[in-house]
Each structure stands twice: as structure tokens, then as C-alpha cells.
Design a protein around this ligand. Structure first.
Ligand code: TRH
Length: 388
């Protein structure tokens, strides 16, 4: 965005984002990140409606879960309950992940709302290109527009802060030691891995493979959460908790406390290989430009396998077949919770080429649509006023 007018001079620069927390952090993680980018990079006025403030507190500890309404980082956060009064209405409205916004609000939307977006879950599948941007007529007379975040060029793109890459470079060159000290994170020794995931029986195999295949030091960071419960069982350390450290040969595993979302990228930037999950952490791994293993959110109809392969395909770039196969095999094994023999070894043999492909992929994605930009541009076009 090049010409940022002061908020008061921009007609209708106000947004309502509605978010219901289904499970985990993904819904609120994406909604909060979007709220911040709209506010900080686009100088929009944002209200975030969220039904579960406790989920947001994990990501943003400054939020008070008992407040019905509060402001943080210039975003108005509203605890969304059935009783919430929904006036005044916003000019632009985002329904995150198909959460249905209150009926009364919907009925009154034509009085003021000019753009209504349904923000969908991330997918890199081909059909996204056809469905992104489509409209669906609603009973209140408005058209709801579907927005698909994706790594595909003809989609809504991915959320990315305007200063993210500058911050990354600054962190890597001059900040990481101080930062690690401040957050009580031991600095990595040798190759470093972040393991952020759901429960996974393969964690024992992974750490055994690591310990057996390398004579070099390896540092693993395991944030507390769902994967830690598997680590307790499969590493036979039932009491393992944040602050603990265990050693297997040359491998040191550190259990970390869950960090505020604003610090999460720094943890990724500190590591060489990123195990991520869900949606928001996947996007952050893409922006970190490091080799990553994605544990996809599994669905009962098994549709997640196609989604997983679609992501790998869109990020492949010019990776030669052996390196791509090694990446795909480890990714599939991690998602099946059973690693094929030598899958870690094969993967790590291709580390250099996978690292350079990940950085190239970051640059490619950075040249594509940015999601908040797309939303602002589209919303202002609807207002028929000069945009960005
Ligand atoms: O929590 P998730 O598994 O969320 C999932 C997905 O979004 C999925 O698509 C959706 O269907 C399901 O929820 C309901 O993973 P995700 O999306 O990566 O969100 C995790 C957030 O937590 C992300 O913003 C990173 C953040 N995080 C921290 O802020 N601090 C930490 O220490 C860690 C480990 C993560």
C-alpha cells in the first residue's frame, strides 16, 4: 500500500471480523493476524468479535478474558456472545471460516455494509482458483464473497506483514542471542528443529532416527501443547514439561512454554527445520523460508491427503525428484504417524537443496497476492473510491 490516508479521511475504513473458535488456535490465530495487518499496515479500523477470549489470551497474553470489550494494539476486541449488541455496523465485514454472523446484524447490513467476505480455510488445491472471489447472494440482498488463502497465484494469497522480511533479517543478523536470552530459550547447538504439531506417535521414531543418523549435535525445541503429550508417552518421560531438557545421544530436546504469537516467528527464524501444523504456523514457515514438514489438520473424510500433496506440489519449484521424494516421504510418514525406514536420513541428506528451494519459494510467494491487501483493495473498489 503506498498512499496511506489518515483513518478519518478514508471513507468507511472500518471492519468487523467475526471469529468462532472451533478448536486449537488456527481460527483465532488467523483472525488476530489479519486484524493486526489491517490495522498496522493499512490503517483500517478493526473490531474483532471472538466467542472464546481464552483462546486469544494464549496468543496475546495482554488480552483480559473477563472484559466484554477492550482495545489492544488499536484493535477493538469484543467478546461475542448471543447477547452482544451489534451496533453500529461496519462498512466491511469478514466472516472467518464460515462462522455465521448474528441474524440481527445480517438483517441490518444493507444499511451500511458494502463488502462482505467469507474467509475460507487455506488450501493449495487446484479448484481454489475457480472458487476464489466468487459471490453468493444472501437473503439480506447483499452478495457474500468467498476468499481463499492459498499458495496458488490466482487466489487470495497469504497474510504477510509489510515489515516481516526486514524483521527477519534484522533478527538473524543482530537480535537472536538477546532474544533467546530474554525468552529463556537455550541457543541452538548444531542443527535445530522446531516440533509444533498435534499428537503424533512418530515422535519417538523421529528422535531415535535423529540420534542414530547423526554424530553432530542436534537441538530440538518442543513447545508445550498436544505434541508434548505424545512426547511424554513415546519418550517415556511422563512428567516432561516446559523448561525441561532431555538428551538422546547427540540430540538435545528442550520443552518450551507456549510463546505469544508476536514471538512465534522468531522461534521459527532461530531454527533450521520447521515442523508446523494447521494453517497459520504453516504460513509462517513458508515466510521463514526454511525446509518444513506440515502436519495437516486431519479430516474424517481423509480429504486432507489431497490437500497435503497440493501444498507440496505448489511449493516444489525446481526441486529435483530425489529431494522432493525425500521431503514428501518424511511429510507423509509424519502425518501417518509412522516413519518409513531412513526417511529422516534421506531428508537430511538433501537439506542444502531443500533449504535453497524453501528460500526460493518464499520469494515466489512474496511476489504473489497478499491476503490483507487483496481484501482492502477489493473492499475499496466496492466503495468506488480511489484505493491504494
Ligand atoms: O492450532 P492449529 O492446529 O489450528 C488449526 C488449523 O487452523 C486448522 O486449519 C483448523 O481447522 C483448526 O485449527 C481448527 O494450528 P495453527 O493454524 O498453526 O495455529 C497455531 C497458532 O499458534 C499460530 O498462530 C502459531 C501460534 N503459536 C504461538 O503463538 N506460540 C507458540 O509457542 C506456538 C507453538 C504456536
Amino acid at each position: 500500500m503506498t498512499t496511506a490516508l489518515p483513518v478519518a479521511d478514508r471513507p468507511g475504513a472500518d471492519w468487523d471480523i467475526f471469529c468462532r473458535v472451533i478448536d486449537n488456535y488456527g481460527d483465532i490465530a488467523v483472525s488476530w493476524r489479519l486484524a493486526r495487518i489491517l490495522t498496522e499496515d493499512h490503517r483500517q479500523v478493526v473490531r474483532l468479535w471472538v466467542d472464546d477470549l481464552n483462546a486469544l489470551v494464549h496468543l496475546v497474553p495482554e488480552v483480559d478474558p473477563t472484559e466484554e470489550q477492550q482495545s489492544h494494539r488499536e484493535i477493538t476486541i469484543i467478546h461475542w456472545t448471543d447477547a452482544t449488541v451489534t451496533t453500529p455496523l461496519a462498512r466491511f465485514v469478514i466472516e472467518a471460516f464460515g462462522c455465521t454472523i448474528p441474524e440481527d446484524y445480517q438483517r441490518r447490513m444493507p444499511e451500511r455494509t458494502v463488502a462482505w467476505f467469507n474467509l475460507e480455510y487455506f488450501s493449495a488445491e487446484r479448484w481454489i482458483s475457480d472458487y476464489h472471489g466468487r459471490f453468493s447472494p444472501q437473503p439480506n440482498g447483499l452478495q457474500k464473497q468467498f476468499v481463499f488463502p492459498s499458495t496458488r497465484p490466482d487466489s487470495g494469497g497469504l497474510l504477510c506483514e509489510a515489515n516481516l522480511f526486514r524483521a527477519r533479517d534484522h533478527f538473524v543478523h543482530s537480535e537472536q542471542t538477546t532474544w533467546a536470552h530474554e525468552w529463556h530459550i537455550p541457543l541452538p547447538n548444531g542443527l535445530s528443529l522446531l516440533l509444533f504439531g498435534y499428537e503424533n506417535r512418530a515422535i519417538g521414531d523421529l528422535i531415535d532416527d535423529l540420534a542414530q543418523t547423526t554424530t553432530e549435535a542436534v537441538t530440538i525445541y518442543l513447545p508445550e501443547g498436544r505434541l508434548l503429550t505424545s512426547a511424554r508417552e513415546h519418550l517415556r518421560h511422563p512428567e516432561l514439561m516446559a523448561g525441561d531438557q532431555i538428551q538422546r545421544g547427540t540430540v538435545t530436546l528442550h520443552v518450551l512454554p507456549f510463546l505469544p504469537q508476536a514471538q512465534f516467528d522468531r522461534l521459527l527464524w532461530l531454527c533450521d527445520i520447521l515442523f508446523v501444523r494447521g494453517e497459520d504456523s504453516l504460513v509462517r514457515a513458508l515466510w521463514a523460508g526454511k525446509p518444513f514438514i506440515w502436519q495437516i489438520y486431519p479430516t474424517d473424510d481423509q480429504a486432507h491427503w489431497e490437500k497435503l500433496d497440493a501444498l507440496l506440489d505448489t511449493c516444489r519449484g525446481d526441486l529435483p525428484a530425489p529431494a522432493f521424494d525425500a521431503w514428501r516421504t518424511l511429510t507423509h510418514g509424519w502425518n501417518r504417524q509412522r516413519l518409513a525406514p531412513k526417511s529422516w536420513q534421506n531428508f537430511i541428506e538433501h537439506h542444502a537443496i531443500l533449504a535453497s528451494a524453501a528460500e526460493k519459494n518464499r520469494l515466489t510467494l512474496a511476489g504473489q497476492t497478499e491476503l490483507a491487501n487483496w481484501l482492502v483493495k477489493t473492499a475499496y473498489e466496492r466503495l468506488q473510491c480511489p484505493t491504494i
